[in-house]
Design a protein around this ligand. Structure first.
Ligand code: COA
Length: 274
């Protein structure tokens, strides 16, 4: 994956409607005899719309656990509540396909920083989720820690992006951003931001990790790459990163703790997997 950034502008494919439950997303094709399981070095990215009618959201929420329902209730704005509910229900439905379980019967644990893991059924499957505005993106792989981030591109230009970058990015990233012509900085800022967030989500620390303590590539025209962490010189050799196109109006990035990753892109169809 490293060194081939632009290739990650993949097409989001739909699962063929006649695919059997055993069929698996794979770069090659749908293999009727394979399991829903990423091959070694493969990451499956799924995207799902979170813009559903309220009655559909009420159906979906039936698979949520009591703690998820309680969390949903704490969101005051209904639109936010419904998007959280939909994102969580789709996560359960996607994972259920991979581990051959009922969505409501999946159990998650959470790290001290809030990163969810699937603990029941026991599995080596790793996942991470990001949602922004009307879109959720799910990344799944076997065994390796990974993180994903998606951001909605507001039409407005980002105010004070250099000031924000100066405060949060590393010196190397700030200098890279400042060296770009002004008209390219909004996109570069968000490319850098999503790459950094994907990484801090992959290591599980989220924004508790000081963002100025590691460097990623900034220019969207450059391959996404972890250049260095300030705490372990060998990290850059262990991680892969990719920017990808989640769809019009969004930008996304992925970080995985392995080299030579292959990505495949899948569109979640709300009607297909009830
Ligand atoms: C994780 C974090 C970077 C997410 O940023 P964001 O851009 O607002 O949100 P995203 O949509 O990209 O990601 C949210 C998803 O990431 C996952 N997530 C939550 N915490 C995570 C973490 N520490 N690492 C990786 N993934 C995490 C969850 O699946 C979450 O989805 P959910 O809210 O529907 O459960 C940010 O919220 C954070 O730093 N949280 C840590 C807060 C913390 O330390 N909490 C401790 C007590 S729980």
């Amino acid at each position: 994956m490293n060194g081939n950034g632009p290739r990650e502008a993949g097409t989001w494919r739909r699962v063929p409607s006649d695919a059997s439950r055993q069929a698996a997303p794979s770069d090659a094709a749908w293999q009727a005899d394979s399991e829903w399981r990423p091959a070694p070095g493969e990451v499956h990215l799924w995207r799902a719309s979170l813009d559903l009618p309220p009655e559909r959201v009420r159906e979906l929420e039936r698979c949520l656990s009591p703690d998820e329902l309680a969390r949903a209730k704490r969101f005051v704005a209904r639109s936010v509540r419904d998007r959280y509910t939909t994102a969580r229900a789709v996560l359960r439905n996607i994972l259920a396909q991979y581990v051959s379980e009922t969505p409501a019967d999946l159990h998650f644990s959470y790290t001290e920083y809030g990163k969810p893991d699937l603990v029941r059924p026991a599995t080596s499957l790793r996942f991470n989720v990001s949602h922004s505005h009307d879109l959720a993106v799910y990344a799944l792989t076997a065994g390796q820690p990974l993180g994903v981030d998606v951001e909605y591109l507001h039409r407005r230009a980002i105010v004070d992006r250099l000031k924000i970058a100066h405060r949060f990015f590393s010196d190397r990233e700030y200098n890279a951003l400042a060296s770009l012509p002004s008209y390219r900085r909004d996109h570069a800022f968000l490319a850098c931001w999503t790459r950094k967030e994907a990484f801090v989500k992959a290591i599980g620390q989220g924004l508790s990790c000081p963002l100025d303590q590691f460097d990623v590539t900034v220019d969207p025209n450059e391959p996404a790459e972890l250049l260095a962490t300030h705490w372990d010189v060998s990290d850059a050799q262990r991680w892969s990163m990719a920017s990808f196109d989640p769809g019009p109006g969004y930008i996304g990035a992925l970080a995985v703790k392995t080299r030579d990753v292959r990505l495949s892109f899948w569109q979640w169809d709300h009607e297909q997997f009830e």
